[in-house]
Design a protein around this ligand. Structure first.
Ligand code: HEM
Length: 406
């Protein structure tokens, strides 16, 4: 197959199941591939992806990019939110937002959440146990994969449990923004969700201004107020909104993919069950083997040579993180799922200035889940093959039917 057909094959139903053979072949024949159809340079080598993500000459597609590529962006509140957010801003605008959130998202706050993550996981697995008692089949994403990150981010931001189901639904619609291709329906849903979530978060910010609590919202307000130039109301709202949108479907995806990876490699699952201290390594290997965020985009601010190919100024670049993680020059025997793999280094959380702010929290959730799931359910099994979600960037399981008396 030619490089363009290989690239397009990963978006077919079969390619969604397994994009890795096509990506390996693309890496072999044209590791820096210019897709005329997608108008982007696709990178599939670990070192090329890493160097682009950490090189200040490559920018995240921001409002300037939006102006060129999405001229009607002003009609979409979701585009206004997304392309002015930390994830899609650059330079000092990004630095200011990131510094304030990183300060509020401190290691102390994340570590303090660890015990709550374990508790929330236990509660959700109690429900999962009830649903699968007496040979019942339960859908893992519905009972655990979605509610766990929603409850954890809810707790982090300060959204009370009673509001979390609504937050979940709106968050799902807003998360379509993370996809590189959006339909008119995606935009419509995302616009509505962004407006509703902005309204909700504006009220939350107002409440926390009056009565600060021990949460990210109050910490962000305090950090912003201490600045010479505090964040505007809109910046505060959208920053909380981004934290939610960036951290919820991605974590759901990771939890489902990790459980599936372990169940489809029984000898690795038994190894982790016998040595629970390997739960962290299992999550890391799963992030490498089947990463939730398959790709992310950058734009060249000036001409730059990458992997021997000259990328012109203004060109779009797609770092295919899923391919980078399986580059044999970085991880030997990359297609095998090996929990004890030495020196695993993933690009699943990106790299450089936009490195995921929630990586530590996501890992804590993964470790809590793997630890408790394997110790509580010795007969955990797949009820049928999982169903993948039809998305381009996010690799996620829409359905993962499990038995605990298999
Ligand atoms: C397994 C779960 C997760 C994955 C795979 C993931 C992945 C990513 C990736 C790939 C990026 C950077 C995208 C780019 O470079 O263009 C990112 C950024 C970000 N993530 Fe995560 N994420 C996860 C969980 C979380 C969680 C739990 C939170 C928060 C509670 C979070 C908050 C953020 C934020 C705020 C950014 C923007 C950072 C910046 O632009 O400076 N993420 N994430």
């Amino acid at each position: 197959m030619d490089p363009e057909s290989l690239l397009f094959s990963i978006f077919s139903p079969a390619g969604r199941e397994d994009p890795y053979h096509a990506l390996a072949e693309l890496r072999r024949i044209e590791p820096v591939h210019h897709s005329k159809t997608l108008d982007t340079y696709c990178l599939t080598r670990f070192t090329d992806c890493q160097s682009v993500l950490t090189d200040p000459r490559f920018l995240a597609p921001d409002l300037d990019w939006c102006e060129r590529e999405l001229p009607d962006w002003r009609e979409h509140p979701a585009a206004d939110f997304f392309y002015s957010s930390m994830l899609r801003s650059n330079g000092s605008v990004h630095g200011r937002l990131r510094r304030l959130v990183a300060g509020a998202f401190s290691a102390r706050r994340v570590t303090a959440l660890r015990a709550r993550v374990e508790e929330i996981t236990t509660g959700l697995l109690d429900r999962f146990a009830d649903a699968t008692a007496a040979g019942g089949v339960a859908d893992f994403p519905e009972l655990v994969g979605y509610p766990l990150p929603v409850a954890v981010i809810g707790e982090l931001i300060g959204v009370p449990p009673a509001d979390q189901a609504r937050f979940h639904r709106l968050g799902q619609d807003a998360s379509r923004l993370l996809e590189p291709v959006r339909t008119a329906e995606d935009w419509h849903g995302a616009d509505r969700a962004v407006l509703a979530l902005r309204e909700y978060l504006t009220v939350l910010l107002r409440e926390r201004r009056l009565r600060p609590a021990d949460d990210l919202t109050s910490a962000l307000l305090a950090a912003s107020d201490a600045e010479d130039l505090p964040l505007t109301e809109a910046e505060l709202t959208d920053t909380l909104l981004l934290t939610f949108v960036a951290g919820f479907e991605t974590t759901t995806a990771m939890l489902g993919l990790t459980v599936f990876a372990l169940l489809s490699h029984p000898e690795q699952l038994e190894l982790v069950r016998a040595q629970p201290q390997l739960a962290g390594a299992a999550v890391e290997e799963s992030l490498r083997w089947d990463t939730p965020v398959q790709m992310t985009e950058r734009v060249a601010a000036e001409p730059v040579e990458v992997g021997g190919t000259r990328i012109p100024q203004g060109a779009n670049v797609t770092t295919v993180l899923a391919a980078a993680n399986r580059d044999p020059r970085r991880h030997p025997d990359p297609d095998s799922f090996t929990v004890r793999r030495p020196d695993t280094r993933v690009l699943s959380f990106s790299a450089g200035p936009h490195y995921c702010l929630g990586a530590a929290l996501a890992r804590i959730e993964g470790v809590a889940l793997v630890g408790q799931l394997l110790s509580r359910f010795p007969r955990l099994a797949l009820a049928r093959p999982p169903v993948r979600r039809a998305s381009i960037s996010l690799r996620s399981l829409k359905e993962l039917a499990l038995l605990t008396n298999g």
